[in-house]
Design a protein around this ligand. Sequence first.
Ligand SMILES: O=C(O)CCC(=O)C(=O)O
Length: 297
Amino acid sequence: MKIDLTEIERVNTISKDDFYINYVKKQKPLVVEKLTQDWPAYKKWNLNYIKSIAGEKVVSLYDNRPVSHKDGFNETHAKMKMANYIDLLQSKPTNYRIFLYDLMKELPILHKDFKWPDIGLRLIKQLPMLFFGGKNSKVFMHFDIDYSNILHFQFDGQKQCVLFDPHQTPFLYKIPHSLICREDIDFDNPDFDKWPALKQAKGYICKLNHGEMLYMPEGYWHYMKYLEPGFSMSLRAFPRKISSLSKAAYNLMIMRYFDNFMRKLKGQKWIDYKNEEAIIHTHKKLNINQDISSKVT
Ligand SMILES: O=C(O)CCC(=O)C(=O)O
């Protein structure tokens, strides 16, 4: 059995009205295949180009180690020169990823290579972010702290994206006081004996190729797998729904500080407690009876 995933709708191009009325207002994901074809980035942006303009920069990297109390909220795991990192990406599969690399601050030269899409969203001009990953690297299932509407553009290698609407949260084993699901769920091939609630989840899937854009509505869960080495740029617009705005404010102003405080106070016990709560809470809400100790190690 597989998770119930529907292919995300695809269009070649789309008008501002169509995009706004049928996707932003309805909060439906979409892939637009040809939005970037008149950008200089479409021809220029690949890993070799990034190496040529940013090779000497030292970048912070994440791998896929589980959350530990020793790390702060979203803390990075290693540092390397961009040139060495790109060599690594191009030579073998690696779990090392760059997450939320600030384009305006770190590589402002790239700014002239793309256009702000006129697509019915008020995009935040200060916040284009870049993400890099090696073949097979995975970005754990999460949603973004600010509940933005996200335009996610893929460059160089292909990437697989799995999304869930925020209404699917009850089936996803969300960790309390965080933005993630249980990290030991393999969303490519989940063990439904261990994670029975996932049988009820309904999500979306797509494969993004060079130059394609994925629209992720606000608060959408996303799990990315780099099928080939590559990188992406995300442009974001503030959430439209009041409920998303208030959740974003809570996350940014209270949740992350509370979680850091509890990590310092209780150490690994806090992380273990949250992981266990994710199962207890999910199964209780869905009336699933399962002996946690025998199923989850
Ligand atoms: O593709 C990635 O590396 C992560 C993308 C992501 O999480 C985002 O755009 O919010």
